[in-house]
Design a protein around this ligand. Structure first.
Ligand SMILES: [Zn+2]
Length: 308
């Protein structure tokens, strides 16, 4: 009996070790795509990372989910971006876009919106305590910001509410490439963070403002690199979703009715993104968020006075 138990424990230990190896492989498996002569995208478990090459070194947009990934991103960025990383830009506060930051030198230039910084302080303070605090956003703005690094210009714009109410998009001006952060999920159902001011209803107008910028290629927050047409396709889906929410409000639908009555078809072929036990981004999820927004069924994260 005791021997059987020992054998059982050994099997469990082996499985746990295999699971850990599998998990480690998942998070360290990064893939690079060339977006233009001076721009690359890095794909992995978490958000898409953008790397811009300048005469002075690299600029990195978002840093994925784990510190280990941040270290790999840093190495890849130095190689692809022509030298040491000059600045990090965080498109919004979610951990799959920011938690790689601490792999970069403390005190490095980190740019984000004021609201992104406020959300990090409000909901993620544990992670950002101690040494990690040295890679929190230290250059913030409300609506527009421009950065020049050597031969390159970066235009940062907070185009409005959508995924959260603090997202920014980054235009690599000379290269006509835009990194949208999570204001654009390409070919996937989006996360809508109502708690942090996200809005299905305002998302469509926000994309209109994004489309006013001068770009050809687009690095979305999640999904493959695409172009303006890809972004317009996603906008069509968000318009349908917003209409579903408005109809639910008008007709007084319950959540269940919203799920069965809503008509969506622009999501044909959309991928479902699932993090076991955490979240599942599928049609049910986005309809639930659309319904919760119009029925006021959610609670906003409270930010300090003056950040309302
Ligand atoms: Zn996000």
């Amino acid at each position: 009996m005791a021997r059987l138990w020992v054998r059982g424990a050994m099997i469990v230990a082996v499985l746990a070790a295999l699971g850990a190896v599998w998990f480690y492989q998942q998070i360290t498996d990064l893939e690079v795509t060339e977006v233009g002569p001076f721009v690359h995208a890095i794909h992995g478990l978490g958000s898409n990372v953008g790397v811009l090459r300048t005469d002075a070194g690299a600029v990195v947009v978002d840093t994925m989910t784990f510190r280990t990934q941040g270290a790999q991103i840093r190495e890849l960025a130095e190689e692809l971006g022509g030298g040491p990383v000059q600045a990090i830009i965080n498109t919004h506060y979610h951990l799959d876009h920011t938690h790689g930051n601490p792999a970069f030198p403390s005190g490095i230039r980190v740019v984000a919106t004021e609201r992104t910084r406020a959300y990090l302080d409000a909901v993620d303070a544990d992670y950002w305590s101690g040494a990690a605090a040295g890679t929190l956003p230290n250059e913030t703005f409300a609506n527009q910001h421009e950065i020049t690094i050597a031969d390159k210009t970066l235009r940062l714009v907070h185009p409005g509410r959508g995924h959260t109410d603090g997202d920014l998009v980054v235009l690599f001006v000379e290269d006509r490439v835009l990194h949208t952060g999570d204001l654009f999920f390409n070919g996937r159902y989006p996360n809508i963070d109502l708690e942090a001011g996200g809005s299905v209803r305002e998302w469509v107008a926000t994309i209109d403002r994004v489309l006013e910028l001068d770009f050809d290629r687009v690095i979305p927050g999640h999904g493959p690199v695409t172009d303006r047409e890809g972004l317009r396709q996603f906008q069509t889906f968000m318009r349908q979703l917003a209409n579903a929410g408005d109809e639910a409000l008008r007709k007084g639908w319950s959540l269940e009715q919203t799920r069965t009555e809503a008509t969506l078809d622009a999501d044909e072929g959309y991928e479902v993104m699932a993090i076991p036990f955490v979240m599942r981004l599928d049609r049910d999820f986005v309809l639930k968020r659309a319904w919760e927004e119009v029925s006021g069924n959610f609670e906003r994260i409270s930010l300090p006075e003056g950040m309302k």
